[in-house]
Design a protein around this ligand. Structure first.
Ligand code: DC
Length: 226
């Protein structure tokens, strides 16, 4: 990472609004965007497609190392994501792939394999990096670190709406259970557990709209940059 390139990290659990907030902040600043969760989802999907066991650390790390992934510009308000030259933008958002992502993300060799790839997203004029360990591990020198949180019920209901809008059928109760399971796994793992970075600005988004969260982050950034 080049120190002079500004980085804002946005970490937090699933369904907290990180993805949308990070995209809007990046657009407003004219910066690049790293959706690190998508990389873990691609590794999970790649393992599922190839029939690789999700706890076979060496094999999954091999997939992560050789991941043929492309973030190919925007379609509407989301990025087109390609795996092995196939558009998997919708497929990686299913709970099944999210759960696979969370399992492979607990493997140290997989995290190591994705580290440099994530850091290469840091290019001028700046980067907004969204994930679980952006502020703690991947970009520890980021000028602004944000940690978003919201109640589990609110996150489950947001995820429900998001998936339903995409035509993916889900059960709210099952979704809540999956979110609880994923939170527990993501925050208790040995390597790079999900937690606020030191000095992070913590924002509870339970009762906030996207624009308010974006404004809070831009205000915090302006204060740091002045
Ligand atoms: O943000 P998301 O739901 O797309 O992330 C999917 C999974 O990937 C999540 O359960 C944990 C993992 N992940 C991670 O361990 N570290 C990151 N920086 C981003 C995601």
């Amino acid at each position: 990472m080049v120190d002079s390139i500004p980085v804002i990290t946005v970490d937090g659990p699933g369904g907290v609004g990180k993805g949308t907030v990070s995209r809007v902040v990046a657009e407003k600043l004219g910066w690049h965007l790293l959706d690190s969760g998508a990389l873990y989802r691609l590794v999970g999907l790649s393992a599922l497609k190839r029939g690789v066991e999700l706890d076979d650390e060496a094999a999954v790390a091999g997939l992560a190392m050789d991941l043929d992934a492309e973030f190919a510009g925007n379609s509407g308000d989301s990025t087109v994501i390609m795996l092995d030259h196939v558009d998997v933008s919708d497929e990686i958002r299913t709970e099944n792939v999210g759960s696979a992502a969370s399992r492979v993300a607990a493997l140290p060799a997989v995290r190591q394999a994705l580290l440099e790839r994530q850091r290469r997203f840091c290019r001028p004029p700046g980067l907004v990096a969204d994930g679980r360990d952006m502020g703690t591990v991947v970009f520890p020198d980021a000028q602004l670190k944000v940690f978003l949180q919201a109640s589990r019920e609110e996150r489950a209901s947001r995820r429900y709406k998001q998936l339903k809008d995409k035509g993916i059928s889900v059960n709210l109760h099952a979704l809540l259970g999956e979110i609880e399971e994923r939170d527990a796994r993501d925050s208790s793992r040995q390597v790079a557990p999900m937690r606020p970075a030191e000095g992070a600005v913590i924002i509870d988004t339970t009762r906030m709209g996207i624009n308010d969260v974006v404004d809070n982050i831009l205000r915090a950034w302006k204060e740091r940059a002045e």
